[in-house]
Design a protein around this ligand. Structure first.
Ligand code: CA
Ligand code: CA
Length: 218
Protein backbone atom coordinates (compact mmCIF):
# COMPACT_ATOMS: atom_id res chain seq x y z
CA UNK A 1 0.00 0.00 0.00
CA UNK A 2 2.77 2.34 0.98
CA UNK A 3 4.73 1.51 -2.19
CA UNK A 4 1.67 2.26 -4.33
CA UNK A 5 1.30 5.68 -2.71
CA UNK A 6 4.98 6.43 -3.23
CA UNK A 7 4.76 5.43 -6.89
CA UNK A 8 1.70 7.59 -7.34
CA UNK A 9 3.50 10.55 -5.77
CA UNK A 10 6.50 10.03 -8.08
CA UNK A 11 4.20 9.81 -11.10
CA UNK A 12 2.47 13.06 -10.14
CA UNK A 13 5.83 14.77 -9.63
CA UNK A 14 7.05 13.61 -13.05
CA UNK A 15 3.86 14.93 -14.65
CA UNK A 16 4.40 18.29 -12.99
CA UNK A 17 8.05 18.37 -14.15
CA UNK A 18 6.99 17.42 -17.66
CA UNK A 19 4.56 20.33 -17.90
CA UNK A 20 7.04 23.00 -19.13
CA UNK A 21 8.05 20.76 -22.05
CA UNK A 22 4.46 20.96 -23.24
CA UNK A 23 4.58 24.76 -23.50
CA UNK A 24 2.50 26.16 -26.30
CA UNK A 25 4.24 26.52 -29.66
CA UNK A 26 3.53 29.26 -32.15
CA UNK A 27 4.50 29.71 -35.79
CA UNK A 28 6.88 32.66 -36.12
CA UNK A 29 5.69 35.34 -38.54
CA UNK A 30 8.65 36.85 -40.37
CA UNK A 31 8.35 40.24 -42.00
CA UNK A 32 10.10 40.08 -45.35
CA UNK A 33 11.38 42.97 -47.50
CA UNK A 34 10.32 43.73 -51.05
CA UNK A 35 12.06 41.37 -53.47
CA UNK A 36 14.43 42.73 -56.10
CA UNK A 37 13.75 41.67 -59.67
CA UNK A 38 16.64 41.55 -62.08
CA UNK A 39 20.37 41.17 -61.87
CA UNK A 40 22.51 38.67 -63.72
CA UNK A 41 22.36 35.04 -62.59
CA UNK A 42 25.32 34.12 -60.42
CA UNK A 43 28.00 32.21 -62.32
CA UNK A 44 29.30 30.02 -59.54
CA UNK A 45 29.38 26.40 -58.62
CA UNK A 46 30.71 24.97 -55.37
CA UNK A 47 30.69 21.38 -54.07
CA UNK A 48 28.61 22.55 -51.13
CA UNK A 49 26.16 24.82 -52.96
CA UNK A 50 22.52 24.23 -52.14
CA UNK A 51 20.16 23.55 -55.00
CA UNK A 52 17.74 26.43 -55.41
CA UNK A 53 14.24 25.68 -54.26
CA UNK A 54 11.14 27.64 -55.16
CA UNK A 55 9.03 25.91 -52.55
CA UNK A 56 7.95 28.08 -49.62
CA UNK A 57 10.04 27.74 -46.51
CA UNK A 58 8.47 25.41 -43.94
CA UNK A 59 6.96 27.15 -40.92
CA UNK A 60 9.26 27.65 -37.95
CA UNK A 61 7.56 26.88 -34.66
CA UNK A 62 8.84 28.17 -31.34
CA UNK A 63 7.70 28.51 -27.78
CA UNK A 64 5.00 31.15 -27.27
CA UNK A 65 6.54 34.48 -26.30
CA UNK A 66 9.39 34.17 -28.81
CA UNK A 67 10.09 37.50 -30.48
CA UNK A 68 12.83 39.56 -32.13
CA UNK A 69 15.38 40.24 -29.39
CA UNK A 70 18.11 41.84 -31.50
CA UNK A 71 16.52 45.07 -32.72
CA UNK A 72 18.49 48.16 -31.67
CA UNK A 73 21.04 46.11 -29.70
CA UNK A 74 24.76 47.02 -29.70
CA UNK A 75 26.76 45.83 -32.72
CA UNK A 76 30.53 45.45 -32.92
CA UNK A 77 32.69 44.22 -35.79
CA UNK A 78 36.18 43.24 -36.90
CA UNK A 79 35.90 46.21 -39.27
CA UNK A 80 35.34 49.39 -37.24
CA UNK A 81 34.85 51.58 -40.31
CA UNK A 82 32.64 49.91 -42.89
CA UNK A 83 33.07 51.23 -46.43
CA UNK A 84 29.27 51.35 -46.72
CA UNK A 85 26.70 51.90 -43.97
CA UNK A 86 27.06 51.79 -40.21
CA UNK A 87 27.25 48.77 -37.91
CA UNK A 88 23.98 49.64 -36.12
CA UNK A 89 22.16 49.05 -39.42
CA UNK A 90 22.63 45.30 -38.84
CA UNK A 91 19.76 45.34 -36.34
CA UNK A 92 17.69 48.40 -37.32
CA UNK A 93 14.83 46.44 -38.91
CA UNK A 94 15.55 47.80 -42.40
CA UNK A 95 16.01 44.87 -44.80
CA UNK A 96 15.72 46.73 -48.08
CA UNK A 97 17.94 45.67 -50.98
CA UNK A 98 19.08 49.21 -51.80
CA UNK A 99 22.65 50.41 -51.32
CA UNK A 100 21.44 52.72 -48.52
CA UNK A 101 20.59 49.66 -46.42
CA UNK A 102 23.87 47.86 -46.98
CA UNK A 103 26.85 47.42 -44.66
CA UNK A 104 30.12 46.65 -46.44
CA UNK A 105 33.13 45.26 -44.60
CA UNK A 106 36.67 44.85 -45.93
CA UNK A 107 38.53 41.88 -47.39
CA UNK A 108 39.51 38.73 -45.52
CA UNK A 109 37.64 37.05 -42.69
CA UNK A 110 35.33 39.62 -41.07
CA UNK A 111 32.64 39.42 -38.42
CA UNK A 112 29.75 41.31 -36.91
CA UNK A 113 28.57 40.68 -33.35
CA UNK A 114 25.34 41.48 -31.54
CA UNK A 115 25.19 41.94 -27.76
CA UNK A 116 21.69 40.88 -26.65
CA UNK A 117 22.25 42.57 -23.29
CA UNK A 118 21.61 39.41 -21.26
CA UNK A 119 21.75 35.66 -21.70
CA UNK A 120 18.84 34.67 -23.92
CA UNK A 121 17.40 31.49 -25.42
CA UNK A 122 17.98 31.54 -29.17
CA UNK A 123 15.16 30.04 -31.23
CA UNK A 124 16.32 31.08 -34.69
CA UNK A 125 18.15 33.70 -36.71
CA UNK A 126 17.25 35.30 -40.02
CA UNK A 127 20.22 36.63 -41.96
CA UNK A 128 20.32 38.84 -45.04
CA UNK A 129 23.73 39.55 -46.62
CA UNK A 130 22.59 41.13 -49.88
CA UNK A 131 19.58 40.71 -52.12
CA UNK A 132 19.94 43.26 -54.90
CA UNK A 133 20.77 40.57 -57.42
CA UNK A 134 22.30 37.13 -57.05
CA UNK A 135 25.26 36.35 -54.84
CA UNK A 136 26.68 33.56 -52.74
CA UNK A 137 28.56 34.66 -49.61
CA UNK A 138 31.50 32.56 -48.50
CA UNK A 139 32.51 31.13 -45.13
CA UNK A 140 29.27 31.90 -43.35
CA UNK A 141 29.93 30.88 -39.76
CA UNK A 142 27.39 31.74 -37.07
CA UNK A 143 28.35 31.33 -33.43
CA UNK A 144 26.82 32.07 -30.04
CA UNK A 145 28.53 32.52 -26.69
CA UNK A 146 28.34 34.17 -23.29
CA UNK A 147 31.95 35.22 -23.83
CA UNK A 148 32.20 38.60 -25.54
CA UNK A 149 35.60 37.65 -27.00
CA UNK A 150 34.38 34.27 -28.33
CA UNK A 151 37.37 32.55 -26.76
CA UNK A 152 35.44 30.04 -24.67
CA UNK A 153 32.07 28.23 -24.55
CA UNK A 154 31.42 28.90 -28.21
CA UNK A 155 28.51 27.12 -29.89
CA UNK A 156 28.53 26.97 -33.69
CA UNK A 157 25.04 27.27 -35.15
CA UNK A 158 26.03 27.34 -38.82
CA UNK A 159 29.22 26.76 -40.80
CA UNK A 160 29.30 26.42 -44.60
CA UNK A 161 33.07 26.78 -45.00
CA UNK A 162 33.67 23.52 -46.87
CA UNK A 163 37.45 24.00 -47.32
CA UNK A 164 38.29 25.55 -43.93
CA UNK A 165 39.52 28.79 -45.52
CA UNK A 166 38.18 30.75 -42.52
CA UNK A 167 39.92 28.46 -40.03
CA UNK A 168 36.99 27.26 -37.89
CA UNK A 169 37.10 23.74 -39.29
CA UNK A 170 35.21 22.25 -42.19
CA UNK A 171 31.51 23.05 -41.93
CA UNK A 172 28.69 20.69 -42.83
CA UNK A 173 26.18 23.37 -43.79
CA UNK A 174 25.29 24.44 -47.31
CA UNK A 175 26.34 27.46 -49.31
CA UNK A 176 23.30 29.26 -50.66
CA UNK A 177 22.17 32.16 -52.83
CA UNK A 178 21.07 35.11 -50.77
CA UNK A 179 17.53 36.36 -51.36
CA UNK A 180 14.82 38.59 -49.90
CA UNK A 181 13.58 35.80 -47.61
CA UNK A 182 16.82 35.76 -45.62
CA UNK A 183 18.58 32.64 -44.39
CA UNK A 184 16.86 30.87 -41.53
CA UNK A 185 19.30 29.40 -39.04
CA UNK A 186 18.17 27.24 -36.13
CA UNK A 187 19.19 28.65 -32.75
CA UNK A 188 18.81 25.17 -31.21
CA UNK A 189 17.62 26.73 -27.92
CA UNK A 190 21.19 27.86 -27.27
CA UNK A 191 21.58 30.10 -24.24
CA UNK A 192 23.89 33.00 -25.04
CA UNK A 193 24.30 36.77 -24.76
CA UNK A 194 26.37 37.28 -27.90
CA UNK A 195 25.89 36.19 -31.51
CA UNK A 196 28.67 36.50 -34.06
CA UNK A 197 28.47 36.06 -37.84
CA UNK A 198 31.65 35.58 -39.86
CA UNK A 199 32.08 35.92 -43.59
CA UNK A 200 34.79 36.14 -46.23
CA UNK A 201 33.82 37.68 -49.54
CA UNK A 202 31.22 36.63 -52.08
CA UNK A 203 30.82 35.66 -55.72
CA UNK A 204 30.92 39.31 -56.89
CA UNK A 205 33.92 40.60 -54.91
CA UNK A 206 36.16 39.95 -51.89
CA UNK A 207 34.04 42.04 -49.51
CA UNK A 208 31.49 40.97 -46.92
CA UNK A 209 28.06 42.59 -46.75
CA UNK A 210 25.14 42.58 -44.35
CA UNK A 211 21.64 44.00 -44.62
CA UNK A 212 20.07 42.65 -41.45
CA UNK A 213 20.37 40.05 -38.72
CA UNK A 214 17.20 39.18 -36.86
CA UNK A 215 17.59 37.09 -33.74
CA UNK A 216 14.41 35.46 -32.44
CA UNK A 217 14.34 34.23 -28.88
CA UNK A 218 13.36 34.81 -25.29
CA1 CA B 1 19.34 46.71 -41.59
CA1 CA C 1 35.73 28.50 -47.63
Amino acid sequence: MKITTTLLTIALMLMALGAPAMAEEIELKFELPEPFFGGTPVDYWGPNLEEESFKPRPAFKAEAGTKIISKGKAVTSSDKNPALGELKMLVDGDKDYSKDSLIELGEGVQWVQVDLGAESTLECLLLWHFHEGNRVYFDVVVQASNDKEFKKDVITLYNNDFDNSAGFGVGEDKEYKDNDKGRLIDGKDTKAQYVRVYGQGNTANDLTNFVELEIWGR
